[in-house]
Design a protein around this ligand. Structure first.
Ligand SMILES: C[S@@+](CC[C@H](N)C(=O)[O-])C[C@H]1O[C@@H](n2cnc3c(N)ncnc32)[C@H](O)[C@@H]1O
Length: 339
């Protein structure tokens, strides 16, 4: 029987249990390499690849092909190079030639003469220009992991990472990663008749990413540019947009209105040095407490963890769960609270 393809999934560090859960549900059989870095898991997959297209927590996937070569130079030998080209050509075909206009390559030592030759030869044989930053076909080379010998070719089966959602037509600086939002939505356990609020909503990532039909959402932010972008994203996501320009410390909603509240609190860079963040957080948490129903859930993500915890001590919110993340070199935390 043919060996099942092996894939590598990358996810935000801290979300491993969520990533593994969705992969397992899709049919993944995990491969323990013994030395996987944090935020990465490998698995065998024998089912239709379309089942991997809708993963929401995984940031990106690569299919792995092992080459029995002692060093990258040997990839230029005819037998290995022919196999490499045939794998890449097959990949381009399955992604659609019109979608793949260029390729990019990542490898330690990518600037070495050997990799530069490899790049030139791939360009020539595939008739595909090399674009180191934005190449559509994304390939990596690295030494085989664990007990395996040789080198691995990793090929991303999609032009965009899975984390890039089609609804995100407006790219707001500082927008929340959709996979992190997907996990927070899962943790919120939204019910179909819940009323949901996103305070400091920015480009409305939470509602756009939400999959629970029937829930009614409100979104508010001070920034009009963000609200206009939120309208664009919600339209692209096929969601009704209820957007209010409002200060999070004085929300335009009646008391005890919402079952679930989300906030991706500002970190300070974009709203000016003069703002006292602890005070802004404290007032926002108190205002969220006013508009929350008894028993409501509040899900917060912030980089300013100490300020948030200091602000929390003076409110009616009870902290139930904390998840520490490492994402794009920053280390925010997700907090789940109840009222
Ligand atoms: C980290 S961004 C939110 C990004 C959003 N989650 C997204 O995915 O686009 C924080 C937001 O807080 C908003 N903000 C800052 N101070 C505010 C205040 N006092 N009241 C309401 N919104 C505020 C900013 O305009 C910004 O959009």
């Amino acid at each position: 029987m043919a060996e099942k393809p092996v894939f590598e999934a990358e996810f935000t560090q801290g979300l491993e249990s969520f990533a593994r859960q969705e992969l397992k549900k899709a049919g993944a059989k995990f491969v323990d390499t013994g030395d996987s870095p944090a935020g990465v898991v490998r698995f065998k997959f024998g089912k239709s690849l379309t089942r991997l297209e809708n993963l929401r927590v995984v940031n990106q996937l690569f299919q792995i092909h092992r080459f029995n070569v002692p060093r990258p130079k040997a990839l230029l030998g005819q037998q290995h190079f022919d196999r490499l080209i045939s794998l890449l050509a097959e990949q381009v075909k399955s992604m659609g030639h019109h979608n793949v206009q260029s390729f990019r390559l990542e490898a330690a030592g990518k600037d070495s003469a050997v990799f530069q030759r490899l790049i030139a030869q791939i360009e020539q044989r595939l008739k595909l220009p090399y674009d180191p930053d934005g190449g559509d076909l994304f390939i990596r080379f690295k030494p085989a992991t664990g007990k395996q010998k040789g080198w691995e070719l990793l090929v991303r089966p999609s032009v965009r990472p899975l984390a890039v959602r089609s609804w995100r037509e407006f790219n707001y600086p500082g927008a929340l990663s959709a996979p992190i939002a997907a996990v927070m939505l899962q943790m919120a356990n939204i019910q179909p008749d819940d009323k949901v609020l996103n305070v400091m909503c920015g480009s409305a990532t939470f509602q756009a990413e939400s999959e629970i039909g029937g829930s009614v959402w409100a979104n508010s932010d001070l920034n009009v540019v963000a609200l206009n972008g939120a309208r664009v994203n919600l339209k692209a996501a096929g969601k009704a947009a209820q957007l209010q320009q409002a200060d999070s410390t004085a929300l335009p909603y009646k008391g005890s209105s919402f079952d679930v509240i989300f906030s991706d609190l500002p970190w300070g860079q974009l709203i000016g040095e003069s703002t006292d963040m602890t005070e802004l957080y404290a007032q926002t948490l108190r205002e969220c407490g006013r508009v929350a129903k008894s028993g409501a859930r509040l899900l917060i993500i912030t980089q300013l963890k100490k300020r948030f915890l200091d602000a929390l001590s003076d409110t009616s919110w009870e902290l139930n769960q904390t998840i520490h993340l490492t994402h794009d070199k920053v280390t925010p935390a997700v907090y789940v609270l109840t009222h």
